[in-house]
Ligand binder design. Structure first.
Ligand SMILES: C[S@@+](CC[C@H](N)C(=O)[O-])C[C@H]1O[C@@H](n2cnc3c(N)ncnc32)[C@H](O)[C@@H]1O
Length: 191
């Protein structure tokens, strides 16, 4: 039997951002979780690039760290157990204006504590800061999950933030399965 990979917004984001990222780029994973996006970013920016990762859960970061070391990407990634709303307080100053990509995969850790979810207010605070630090032509990718408690409110807050930068942005895309308002939403916003 042939196993076909499931088409998901995470896969679509990787497929889109992979060719966009260049060796030597600097990128942010604002929600490291199990490290899937961090590993993707670390691979895409190559040995001369840098990735900064944020998460509030130690267990998630430990798992992600193990994966990164196994892949040989440990050196190019800095993980912080800090909420992404504190982005500007902890990022190195030389990253300002140099970031090519920031990924937000919102919600809770798959297989983890469902109460430790991202939240509308802190997500928007982090989006504002990363947008300011993004270089010209850089992109922010956000996947939100309206289907879990607090998720619809968070997705609405992200939509509001996208609207607030839309005219200053080069382009902004929004992708969602047609006819299912509770389905995950992916935004890609280019500065
Ligand atoms: C959907 S998971 C991320 C999945 C991850 N990108 C991956 O590839 O496995 C969302 C993550 O956001 C984290 N999180 C929740 N609040 C946060 C905050 N304020 N700052 C950073 N991370 C947060 C959760 O701990 C959880 O691990």
């Amino acid at each position: 039997m042939t196993v076909r990979p499931r088409l998901s917004l995470v896969r679509m984001a990787h497929a889109c951002l992979g060719p966009f990222l260049r060796p030597g780029d600097w990128a942010v994973d604002a929600t490291v979780g199990n490290g899937g996006d961090t590993v993707f970013l670390a691979r895409a920016v190559g040995p001369t690039g840098r990735v900064f990762g944020f998460d509030i859960q130690a267990a998630a970061l430990e798992r992600a760290e193990r994966r990164l070391v196994e892949e040989g990407f440990g050196e190019r990634v800095t993980l912080r157990q800090v909420g992404h709303q504190h982005f500007a307080e902890v990022m190195p100053l030389e990253a300002r204006g140099r970031l090519r990509c920031a990924m937000f995969n919102l919600g809770y850790l798959p297989g983890g504590d469902r109460t430790r979810t991202t939240r509308a207010e802190t997500t928007v605070a982090a989006l504002r800061q990363t947008w300011e630090w993004l270089g010209e032509g850089g992109v922010v990718s956000i996947i939100a999950y309206p289907g879990h408690p607090g998720g619809a409110e968070e997705a609405a807050a992200v939509a509001g933030w996208v609207e607030s930068v839309r005219t200053a942005a080069r382009t902004a895309y929004r992708t969602q399965v047609v006819g299912r308002p509770e389905a995950p939403v992916w935004w890609l916003v280019m500065k």
